[in-house]
Design a protein around this ligand. Sequence first.
Ligand code: 5GP
Length: 171
Amino acid sequence: MPIDYVLLTAGQIQVRVRELAADLERNAREPIHLVGVLKGAFVFLADLVRAMEGPVTVDFLAAASYRSGTVSSGEVELVRDLDATVTGRDVVLVEDIVDTGLTLQVLQQVVRSRAPRSLRTVTLLDKPSRRQVPVDVDCVGFTIPDCFVVGYGLDFDERYRNLPDIRVLTP
Ligand code: 5GP
């Protein structure tokens, strides 16, 4: 699939990430426990955590959402669990993109079942027009149209994660 055009520049992303970090830290009294969703959120989480003043801790989850090409099949499996307990902690799930909402729905259920003190979700990108299930997202970086994007951690077939900006792929 050829890369079509830049949707969000590296500069736009950096400005927005600093705003999201400030939003998440506003009124936070206890340490924030960031839980990044691998692999796509690793670049976003790395920038987000460095834009925060702390105290903050970091853990990761990995979910496989089975896709054929760019289309989700709707099956979601937890393929890497957390290292540390979330019970009693102020957890923020850090997602790269919310599309159908199926992945986030499962991950929120997993975290909620472990009794965190609070659970919020931040996603860099949101495609609300594609939603199949309702999910609560507290902070959204950018709302984007129904297109397939790569870069800044997001891949197509494991490629393009290294791009500093976010670009649209067209079939
Ligand atoms: P959902 O379960 O909300 O349909 O999809 C969530 C996951 O699908 C994301 O974490 C991401 O891995 C993948 N995904 C959804 N839309 C896109 C997209 O436009 N580009 C890329 N690279 N991955 C996407």
